[in-house]
Design a protein around this ligand. Structure first.
Ligand SMILES: [Zn+2]
Ligand SMILES: [Zn+2]
Length: 275
């Protein structure tokens, strides 16, 4: 059984209805969190989970909108765990450095809490594994493999393929179509892809906004990747810019020109279960 919950479907642009990038996958009793953007711990609670229950946090890349609440995941797991419980963190090369800096940032707070709670007699910690290609995490028949994606100049970046029993879920971060993305998506039941609308982005007269056009999948790109890989359901997330109310169908139609399976424009706490 695999359940996919899009915890946060937002992008760097603040949207009161969309938390930052994060997707929870529950696979045969394992809880895997992919990315940890803005307000991820609130959305985890909304999905009936908590940081202390996670079997691993897997990062697609180290852009802030995908990692900004790493500190909250670490701290909340630490203060709620009855025994020392290092957080397994998987990510592309560079992840260990970001985790170390996050733990360093938390040093003062760790001191306050340890001084106050006699039974909290360990520091928060993470068990970091850096991967680029190949097996990223595995336990009890649930396997996650990684493949490099293309979000240059942000590099390295990776996407993940979760396999449990006969079911396959592909979790892509920010990337344009590429060979590694095709590999993680091959035959997937569900393919979750961050997207932008190039027509809307082009209409905004801001050089900084125009910069993002060349390193994201458009809805059409996501549709083509889904069709090439023969996936069953394409889930569009992290839409840039945030869809105006009533325009959701346009996002789906843009992907549907290239892909004839099921297409969903995810909202926070949207979920699907494969049994
Ligand atoms: Zn992003
Ligand atoms: Zn990014």
């Amino acid at each position: 059984m695999i359940e996919v919950v899009t915890l946060g479907t937002g992008s760097p642009i603040p949207d009161p209805t969309r938390a930052g990038a994060a997707t929870l996958v529950r696979a045969d009793g394992k809880q895997l969190l992919f990315d940890c953007g803005r307000a991820v711990v609130m959305r985890l609670a909304g999905a009936g989970s908590l940081p202390m229950l996670l079997d691993a946090l897997l990062l697609t890349h180290l852009h802030s909108d995908h990692t900004t609440d790493l500190n909250d995941v670490i701290t909340t797991r630490w203060i709620m765990s009855p025994v020392e419980s290092p957080l397994p963190v998987v990510g592309p090369p560079g992840t260990e450095r970001v985790v170390d800096r996050t733990l360093a940032m938390l040093t003062d707070d760790v001191g306050y809490r340890r001084d106050h709670h006699a039974d909290l007699n360990w520091d928060p910690s993470c068990a970091v594994a850096e991967v680029l290609d190949g097996v990223a995490w595995e336990a009890d028949g649930v396997r996650v493999t990684a493949a490099p994606t293309d979000h240059r100049p942000v590099s390295p970046t990776i996407g993940y393929r979760v396999e449990a029993g006969a079911h396959v879920v592909a979790i892509a971060g920010d990337t344009v179509p590429c060979e590694g993305l095709d590999r993680i998506c091959e035959g997937a039941d569900v393919y979750v892809q961050t997207v932008l609308r190039d027509d809307l982005v082009r209409a905004v007269p801001s050089p900084r906004f125009q910069d993002i056009l060349d390193y994201h999948s458009t809805c059409a790109d996501a549709g083509r990747t889904a069709a090439n890989a023969g996936v069953k359901t394409l889930v569009l997330t992290h839409p840039v810019p945030p869809p105006a109310p009533g325009t959701e169908a346009q996002w789906i139609e843009a992907a549907a020109e290239h892909f004839h399976g099921e297409i969903v424009l995810a909202h926070d706490l949207w979920s699907t279960t494969l049994t």
